[in-house]
Design a protein around this ligand. Structure first.
Ligand code: SF4
Ligand code: SF4
Length: 285
């Protein structure tokens, strides 16, 4: 009995040593040398693995940067600090950061404004809702309001309001774009942080087709593109939808906001006081 016990012990111990030595050898033989710069860049990146840089994760982006296949300013959540850190790791200067972006919800048709075709009582997911007869909203472009974007946001920067619309908490939004990829209606857009006015509608329909399904949908009246409102051409029609060509022409964009009979334009944050004077002028026209 003792003999069998000691023989088993020695055999198992020997096997353990053998496999241990084999693993140690394999780890040395097949070790992949990681460029220390890649490791340093991984450390400086936020680690959100959000994909905003166009790569599947922070490590892949770090490798691409060191290999010279990606510029150092692609990490949108990291912003200026991360860009400059990467530039310093690479030993380069004069790198400009890309302008920070923020998510904008381009639909204002919540429960109060938009007509529903039927009552949806399935799972709380916009993709699932879309599978049932194209979704419960009568507008085929409108927000389905089930918050898939809010659930997907890695930074908790979207909340659903009582009206069934997503609200971006801009202080938390890093502009990573995960919500943009998630929304099955394609109504979330990343806009430059310096853009204060945007069109809160993506409907490609016009007139009655819009008015019959939503109180705040752009129905392509074209008023916002008229020379009196946008003399420089900062807003132009593209099909049935006005497109903002000059995001910084605030005089014209605020005039468009005031003129739009559907109230389809959205102002981010507080409207500057001086713009109120322009509002009075526009209303007189
Ligand atoms: S709202 Fe969230 S998911 Fe969308 S861009 Fe901002 S941080 Fe990213
Ligand atoms: S914005 Fe898109 S993902 Fe978010 S609630 Fe609306 S339809 Fe759903």
């Amino acid at each position: 009995m003792d003999l069998i016990f000691y023989a088993s012990l020695i055999t198992l111990g020997g096997l353990g040593l053998l496999f241990g030595a084999g693993l140690a050898f394999a780890s040395k033989k097949f070790a992949v040398d990681i460029d220390p710069k890649v490791e340093q860049i991984i450390e400086t990146l936020p680690g959100a693995n959000c994909g905003a840089c166009g790569y599947p994760g922070c490590s892949a982006y770090a490798e691409a940067v060191v290999a010279g296949n990606a510029p150092p300013n692609k990490c949108i959540p990291g912003g200026e600090d991360v860009t400059q850190n990467i530039a310093s790791i690479l030993g380069i200067t004069g790198v400009e950061s890309a302008e920070a972006k923020v998510a904008a919800i381009r639909c204002q048709g919540g429960k109060e404004e938009a007509v529903e075709k039927f009552i949806y009582s399935g799972i709380e997911d916009c993709h699932a809702a879309l599978l049932i007869n194209g979704g419960h909203k009568a507008c085929r472009y409108g927000c389905l309001g089930l918050g898939s974007c809010a659930k997907a946001c890695p930074f908790d920067a979207i909340e659903m309001n009582k009206n069934g619309l997503p609200v971006v908490i801009e202080d938390k939004c890093t502009g990573c774009g995960v919500c943009v990829q998630t929304c099955p209606r394609n109504i979330i857009e990343l806009i430059p942080i310096s853009q204060n006015v945007y069109l809160g509608c993506v409907s490609k329909d016009r007139t009655k087709a819009v008015k019959s399904v939503c109180k705040v949908g752009c129905f392509a009246c074209q008023l916002c593109t008229k020379p009196k409102v946008a003399p420089s051409g900062s807003i132009e029609m593209e099909g049935n939808l006005p497109v903002i060509r000059d995001i910084h022409n605030e005089e014209e964009l605020f005039a468009a906001y005031d003129k739009c009979p559907a109230h389809s334009y959205v102002i981010r944050g507080e409207r500057p006081v001086q713009k109120e004077e322009q509002k009075v002028e526009t209303e007189k026209q």
